[in-house]
Design a binder for this molecule. Structure first.
Ligand SMILES: NC(=O)C1=CN([C@@H]2O[C@H](COP(=O)(O)OP(=O)(O)OC[C@H]3O[C@@H](n4cnc5c(N)ncnc54)[C@H](O)[C@@H]3O)[C@@H](O)[C@H]2O)C=CC1
Ligand SMILES: O=C1O[C@H](COP(=O)(O)O)[C@@H](O)[C@H](O)[C@H]1O
Length: 255
């Protein structure tokens, strides 16, 4: 992509994973409501994603948006997810359409579909269980945060159908640095390594798609999310697998 790429929520964990992997590959415009913790070579906009005017300025001239900014807490209260996640996503999509942006990658979550696990856990988190969600299922949010992510996906569907914006919703699993979550089967089943995270969002910038929902996890043996759509449509090719680590997060000798 020749045009700049807007990364909202650039100062957060997912933003840092992306920046750590592909910072040099694009002409970035970072946006966060927090000022940068460290100096950066790229343009940095300090703004709230619910600030319509600031977002309109930020999307001007960009080719793609990776929209991460929001309240990431599964236990976040309604007022916060309504404002930061739902209103924020609508503000970004609307501004993107008006500015003629080609594509938006939206950071959705495993919590948009968390209640598919309810009647199947803990087996669903284990390698021998072959149940897979593939992105075509209806949302079954596990909390109000998950409801806000399902809303962000639906907003994306609308902006695609009504305005032809290319939208990919990435249902991110559990991003941790260096090793999978320790002593946590759910987290190991949906682990997303930093390098796979950066690679996946690079594919979201580069690939051609209309409207897609994909799962954002590494190629974990324990997975109950299919990676087929991410592989077929985006060309995602994950490198990591939580099975290469012990339950305590140590690399296995033979991995
Ligand atoms: N970290 C994970 O494992 C997962 C993350 N996600 C989603 O990915 C996105 C990023 O998550 P993390 O990086 O983990 O969270 P984080 O809290 O580390 O980063 C979020 C960033 O967004 C900024 N932000 C929050 N509300 C904002 C607003 N209204 N306007 C401007 N900036 C705002 C914060 O200052 C922060 O720098 C979130 O949308 C989250 O729901 C989804 C699933 C899993
Ligand atoms: O969406 C998110 O999901 C991950 C995993 O959820 P958890 O309930 O198993 O911890 C979470 O760590 C992250 O903060 C959240 O944004």
């Amino acid at each position: 992509m020749d045009e700049p790429v807007l990364l909202t929520g650039a100062e957060g964990r997912v933003g840092r994973a992306i920046r750590g992997g592909i910072a040099e590959d694009y002409d970035w415009r970072f946006l966060d409501r927090e000022p940068p913790a460290e100096e950066t070579d790229h343009e940095f906009v300090v703004a709230d994603v619910t600030d319509d005017e600031a977002v309109r300025d930020a999307v001007e001239g960009v080719g793609a948006v990776i929209h991460l900014a929001g309240d990431p807490r599964p236990e976040a209260p309604w007022n916060s997810v309504l404002q930061n996640n739902i209103d924020g996503a609508q503000t970004v999509y609307e501004a993107a359409v008006d500015a003629g942006v080609e594509k938006v990658a939206f950071a959705s979550s495993n919590h948009a579909v968390g209640h598919y696990e309810t009647e199947r856990k803990p087996d669903i988190y284990r390698t021998q269980d072959d149940y897979l969600l593939d992105g075509s299922e209806l949302p079954r949010p596990s909390n109000l945060y998950g409801v806000s992510k399902a809303a962000g996906e639906t907003l994306g569907r609308y902006y695609h159908d009504e305005h032809d914006l290319s939208v990919v919703c990435v249902r991110i699993g559990n991003l941790t640095k260096g090793h999978p979550p320790i002593d946590y089967e759910r987290g190991q089943a949906m682990w997303l390594s930093y390098r796979d995270c950066a690679h996946l969002f690079e594919r979201c910038i580069e690939a051609d798609y209309g409207y897609e929902i994909v799962y954002g996890i590494s190629d974990n043996d324990r997975k109950y999310y299919s990676l087929e759509r991410a592989k077929d449509v985006l060309g995602y090719s994950p490198s990591d697998n939580s099975a290469d680590f012990t339950n305590q997060g140590e690399p296995k000798d033979d991995a």
